[in-house]
Design a protein around this ligand. Structure first.
Ligand code: ADP
Ligand code: MG
Length: 606
């Protein structure tokens, strides 16, 4: 241990304070991009240009056509705790702007060579400020366009410890682009441009919808794999897009959340997504989501972190429920992919990237497709027209969700595993084992929800002896199982008597079923409680009872299965998240066969 020497206590000099404080707001070029873009948005800009050179280590420049500042305000803006956005403590409780702490410009200019040119539209000339390491070097009148331009050079030139911690130019550029993408997504009515090392990477037109912006930013995302979300529960409005369970990722990098247009990270929201998808995606996969939450500013606290990356909700449970139910609803509606937007992809030559370290190998910004599934949906014009003349299927309430494909021709089956169907829109391959699982699962869940599960008595009651831990688990969940249609009673110690199973399981051997259920319950008991646990059990059991793979089934039987699948709420994946259907559109087939696509469906622009 080094010798400790008592040193006198000193009040730090302003420039030291500023450098320390700067570290909380600015830790890398991406945070400069974020702060400057937020200022431009707060200034009401309709066009924002971002330029970075060498990953932002050499230059970050952001210009906007917002309301600008006069000379006095420009000088005030670079002071710490100088803001035009709040006036007092009361305002903190209902913040409607992106900024409010009055720290960003002071922080950024403290750790860089900084130049700002700004002009309010109503004034004839503007003001130019030059600073270095927090020291004002020059202020002069400047002939500049209305709006504001901020240039930040040599970030951390005077804080070598920080500069050393910056990563490679490519990495820093990726982070900066991610910040750009987040704000561009959240503000589709604003035009954005991004230039990296002199090359235009993104040019995003103003007055776009979220859907269009999404398409512009991520040309690699198949729009057919997204469903629009639009839900309102209580004080929370949830909009955006969620990916079909067939297009998931191994990590959460495809999940973007916005609260009142602020890009945020919140574990609560990932949890809500998990709830919404429920059994539709396997545990280790993560759906792609773009979710925008809107709620009264006083119901969310954005002042948790200097960089405002995190937010706290006044009523987390309500937010969670709003998000998960909006997702559930979206996934169940096989409707129009982009709600009225008829623009086809790809729209722009943009290649957004994600921070390396979150991406491994895969093309940045891309959704990973284990298999490409896109059910024919009315998103395409030709299909929309043909669908309008169709009546809802029998047995469906008017206004209820319609089947994802209303017409199909069963062509045959191959490998005793897959059915081949022709639909309005192309060719569908169906894993009928997986389809059967889904059908049984949903039929069962519907009955179970209405407390209407029919049991089928076994010819002979079976006794099942379980390992002590499983037995204990089953004992505790006995009533849930009985409600689910299992005739199970405790028969002393670790023994149970099974005299009935849910009718939809047909001739599934009761003993194996109970053993499996007990095992599953035991595994899941601490986490997935109550209904969730039962759902899981049912899914597993349904799987067991489903058509055994590799058994041939008769055409009429197949027709019936398809009809039942048509009525399913989630016909895309089996209860374990495996895909049921792989669809090849005529358009895709034409592309593969080198035919030119039919007119009106040209792949380039719609
Ligand atoms: P905050 O955004 O938290 O208020 P900043 O340090 O980022 O703090 O900005 C300080 C002030 O400077 C803002 O409140 C705003 O009045 C003004 N300002 C900053 N950037 C711009 C801009 N691009 N256009 C107009 N005014 C700006
Ligand atoms: Mg700001």
């Amino acid at each position: 241990m080094g010798a400790m020497v008592r040193k006198p206590i000193r009040v730090l000099a302003d420039d030291v304070i500023n450098k320390i404080a700067a570290g909380e707001v600015v830790d890398r070029p991406a945070s400069v991009v974020k702060e400057l873009v937020e200022n431009a948005l707060d200034a009401g800009a309709s066009a924002i240009d971002v330029e970075i050179v060498a990953g932002g280590k050499t230059l970050i420049a952001v210009s906007d056509n917002g309301f600008g500042m006069d000379r006095n305000n420009a000088l005030l803006a670079i002071e710490r705790h100088a803001t035009s956005k709040i006036g007092g403590v009361g305002d903190i409780e209902k913040i409607a702007t992106m900024g409010f702490r009055g720290e960003a410009l002071a922080a950024i200019s403290a750790v860089s060579r900084f130049r700002m040119r700004t002009r309010p539209a109503e004034e004839l000339s503007g003001t130019e400020l030059v600073m270095a390491g927090g020291k004002l070097q020059d202020v002069r009148a400047s002939g500049c366009p209305p709006g504001t331009l901020v240039e930040v050079r040599n970030l951390f030139f005077n804080v070598p410890a920080r500069r050393k911690f910056l990563r490679s130019e490519r990495t820093e550029e990726a982070y900066a682009r991610e910040a750009f993408i987040a704000h561009a997504l959240a503000n589709p009515e604003t035009g954005f441009r991004l230039k990296c090392d002199g090359r235009t990477v993104s040019a995003l037109p103003c007055n776009a919808t979220v859907g269009q912006r999404l398409g512009d930013l991520f040309p690699s995302i198949a729009l057919a794999d997204l469903r629009p979300v639009s839900g309102c529960s209580g004080a929370v409005r949830v909009t955006g897009f969620v990916g079909l369970p067939s297009a998931t990722r191994a990590d959460r990098s495809g999940q973007r959340f916005f609260v009142n247009r602020r890009p945020v990270a919140a574990t609560l929201l990932s949890g809500a997504v998990r709830d919404g998808y429920d059994t539709l995606v396997p545990k280790n996969r993560h759906p792609v989501v773009f979710l925008f939450l809107e709620l009264a500013p006083e119901l969310v606290d954005v002042n948790v972190h200097p960089a405002k990356r995190e937010v706290r909700f006044f009523s987390p449970a309500a937010v969670r429920e709003a998000v998960s139910s909006a997702i559930r609803q979206a996934l169940r509606a096989p409707g129009n992919v982009f709600g009225g937007v008829d623009r086809a992809l790809p729209l722009a030559a943009v290649s957004p990237s994600r921070p390396p370290g979150t991406a491994r190998g895969r093309g940045a910004g891309e959704i990973e497709h284990p298999v490409r599934i896109s059910l024919p949906g009315p998103g395409r014009k030709s299909f929309a027209r043909s669908r309008e003349s169709m009546l809802p299927l029998a047995g469906q309430a008017p206004g209820a969700v319609r089947a994802p494909w209303s017409w199909r021709r069963f062509i045959g089956q191959i490998g005793n595993l897959y059915a081949i169907l022709e639909t309005e829109d192309g060719l569908v391959l169906m894993d009928f084992h997986a389809a059967h699982e889904r059908v049984l699962f949903e039929e069962f869940m519907a009955l179970s929800a209405s407390g209407d599960v029919r049991s089928q008595a076994l010819l002979m009651a079976e006794t099942v002896v379980l390992p002590p831990a499983d037995a204990d688990c089953l004992r505790r969940n006995l009533s849930a199982l009985q409600k689910a249609g299992f005739g199970v009673s405790h028969f002393g110690r670790d023994t149970f008597l099974v005299d009935a199973v849910p009718a939809c399981f047909g001739s599934a051997p009761a003993r194996g079923l109970i053993l499996e259920i007990a095992g599953a319950l035991n595994e899941a008991s601490d986490r997935a409680k109550g209904i969730a646990a039962v759902e899981e059990i049912v899914a597993r059991s349904a799987c067991r009872a489903a058509v055994k793979a590799r058994t041939r089934i008769e055409p009429q039987e197949m027709e019936r299965l398809i009809e039942r699948l048509e009525r399913a709420e989630m016909p895309y994946t089996c209860p374990h998240g495996r895909p049921i259907i792989i669809h090849f559109s005529f358009q895709e087939l034409a592309k593969r066969f080198g035919r030119t696509p039919p007119s009106g469906e040209s792949a380039g622009n719609g």
